[in-house]
Design a protein around this ligand. Structure first.
Ligand code: S3P
Length: 440
C-alpha cells in the first residue's frame, strides 16, 4: 500500500498517547507464558510483531486470551507452562518480522528438552542468528541454523551456566542468554560492550526471579534453575513510537504536542537528550507509578533553530531504533550531525544505514556513511515529489511519512503497511494532532 504524505501548513497540537511498548509487550507475553499460573497483562501493544509472540507461545502450550481494549491495546490473560515447560509444536513457529520473538524464544527453548524450528518473513530470514545461537550452544543447546540465519532448529535441555562476554550491545542477545540461564544449574552472567535496554532485568523480578545488575557496567546475572510465577502487569507507552510524534512536533512550525504515559526507561530515551542537544524544545515530566518501568509525559514544541550534534558510540544502543527519525531531524539542523559506529543498523529489519542514506539523498539531503559513521548535513527543507520504499521496515515507513509533512511537495511511501509491525495507529494519532492544529 502506498501512502502519500502531503506538506502540512498548520501545526500539530494537543495531547496524545502512544501504543504499548513493543519490547516490554514481547517480554510480558513471553514471561507470562513461561510462568506457572495466570498473568493478566494490560496495555499490550496490538501489532503484528507482538501477535507473532502471542501465536508462538500458544503453539508452545500457553493459553492466551486476548481482547481489544477501548484504547486499541490488548488486555491478555496468559496461563503459562511453568515447571512443565513448553510442549513441542507440530509445525515450525513463524516469528514473522520480529527479531525479538525469534531471539528471545531461542533462549527460552534452549532450556527445555523439546525440538522446535523457528522461521520468519523474508526480512527476518536475512538477520543474523549466530550472535544468539553461539552462546546458547556454549550452554549446551543444539542449534542448527541455515548458514547463521533462520530457519533455526533448537533442541534444548541439560544446560550449563555461562559467563558470556557479548561482542555486541544487544538486548536480544543478553535476554536470550539470561532466559536460557533460568534452566541452567548455577549463575549465568552477561557482559556487553555498552549498556543495552534492560527490560528483561527489570521484569524478571516481577515474575519472582532475582536478577543482579552491576550499576557501573550494566553486566547482569541470575541463578538457575528458576521457574517464573504469574503476575499482573501494565505495559506503558512506547518511547520509540513517541519519538516519531516528538520529531514531527519539532519539525512542523507552531506545533505543541504532549505525549502521555510514555515509558521513560533511560536505556531507551537517549533520543530525548539528542533532541535537547540539537536545540529542540522538549520537556520530560516523570510520573509516580507502581510499575517496573519509569513513565511520564513528553512535551515537544516547535520553535528553536536546530543545530547539529554528534551521537557517540556509547549512546547508540539507547537510541538504536530512533536513528532513522533522528537522521531526518538532523537533515533540518544547521551543520553536520554524526552518528558514530552505527554498523548495527545494517542488520535491522532492513539495511537501515543504506536505506536512510538512500532516502535522504532522494529528498535532496547530503547524507553519507564513512565506515560505520552516518553523517547528515542540514538544513534545507526536503525536496518532495519523490517515492520512497519503506523496504517493509516500519521505522523507515514512518520516517518517510514525516519527511512528506515538511517537504515542498508530497512524498509517496511505498509498502507503508509496514507500520503495522509496531505502530498500526500512527496515521490516526498524527492525523488527530494535525486536526487539532487546524489541518484537514
Ligand atoms: C530489542 C532490542 C533491540 C532493538 C529491537 C528490540 C528488544 O535490538 O533494536 O527493536 O526488544 O530487545 P538488538 O538487541 O538487536 O539491539
Amino acid at each position: 500500500m502506498d501512502h502519500v504524505s502531503t506538506p502540512l501548513a498548520t501545526p500539530l497540537l494537543g495531547v496524545t498517547t502512544v501504543p504499548g511498548d513493543k519490547s516490554i509487550s514481547h517480554r510480558a507475553v513471553l514471561f507470562a507464558a513461561m510462568a506457572g499460573g495466570t498473568s493478566v497483562l494490560t496495555g499490550v501493544l496490538d501489532s503484528e510483531d507482538v501477535r507473532s509472540t502471542i501465536e508462538a507461545v500458544r503453539a508452545l502450550g500457553a493459553t492466551v486470551e486476548a481482547v481489544e481494549a477501548t484504547d486499541g491495546s490488548l488486555a491478555a490473560s496468559v496461563t503459562g507452562w511453568g515447571g512443565f515447560g513448553p510442549s513441542e509444536p507440530t509445525a515450525p513457529i513463524d516469528c514473522g518480522n520480529s527479531g525479538t520473538t525469534a531471539r528471545l524464544l531461542l533462549g527460552v527453548l534452549s532450556g527445555w528438552p523439546v525440538e522446535v524450528t523457528l522461521t520468519g518473513d523474508d526480512s527476518l530470514l536475512r538477520r543474523p542468528m549466530r550472535r544468539v545461537t553461539g552462546p546458547l550452544s556454549r550452554m549446551g543447546a543444539v542449534c542448527v541454523t541455515t548458514e547463521g540465519h533462520l530457519p533455526v532448529t533448537v533442541t534444548g535441555g541439560g544446560l550449563v551456566p555461562v559467563i558470556y562476554e557479548s561482542p555486541v550491545a544487544s538486548a536480544q542477545v543478553k535476554s536470550a542468554v539470561l532466559l536460557a540461564g533460568l534452566q541452567a544449574n548455577g549463575r549465568t552472567v552477561v557482559r556487553e560492550p555498552a549498556r543495552s535496554r534492560d527490560h528483561t532485568e527489570r521484569m524478571l523480578p516481577a515474575f519472582g526471579v532475582e536478577v543482579g545488575v552491576a550499576a557501573e557496567t550494566g553486566s547482569c546475572w541470575l541463578d538457575g534453575p528458576a521457574i517464573l510465577s504469574a503476575v499482573d502487569l501494565m505495559v506503558p507507552g512506547d518511547p520509540s513510537s513517541a519519538a516519531f510524534l516528538a520529531v514531527a512536533a519539532a519539525l512542523v512550525p507552531g506545533s505543541d504536542v504532549r505525549i502521555e504515559g510514555v515509558a521513560l526507561n533511560p536505556t531507551r530515551t537517549a533520543f530525548v537528550s539528542v533532541m535537547e542537544r540539537m536545540g529542540a524544545l522538549i520537556d520530560v515530566v516523570p510520573e509516580e507509578g507502581p510499575g517496573t518501568e519509569p513513565v511520564g509525559t513528553l512535551r515537544v514544541r516547535h520553535g528553536a533553530t536546530l543545530r547539529a550534534t554528534t551521537i557517540a558510540a556509547e549512546e547508540v544502543p539507547s537510541l538504536v531504533d530512533e536513528i532513522p527519525v533522528l537522521a531526518l531531524l538532523a537533515s533540518q539542523a544547521e551543520g553536520e550531525t554524526r552518528f558514530e559506529e552505527v554498523g548495527e543498523l545494517r542488520v535491522k529489519e532492513s539495511d537501515r544505514l543504506a536505506a536512510i542514506i538512500d532516502g535522504l539523498v532522494k529528498l535532496g539531503v547530503h547524507a553519507a556513511a564513512h565506515g560505520d559513521t552516518l553523517a547528515v548535513a542540514g538544513a534545507a527543507p526536503p525536496t518532495g515529489g519523490v517515492t520512497l520504499d519503506s523496504l517493509g521496515d516500519h521505522r523507515l515507513a514512518m520516517t518517510w511519512a514525516l519527511a512528506g509533512l515538511i517537504a515542498d511537495t508530497p512524498v509517496t511511501v511505498e509498502r507503508f503497511e509496514a507500520v503495522d509491525v509496531s505502530y498500526p495507529r500512527f496515521l490516526d494519532d498524527l492525523g488527530a494532532l494535525a486536526s487539532a492544529g487546524g489541518g484537514s
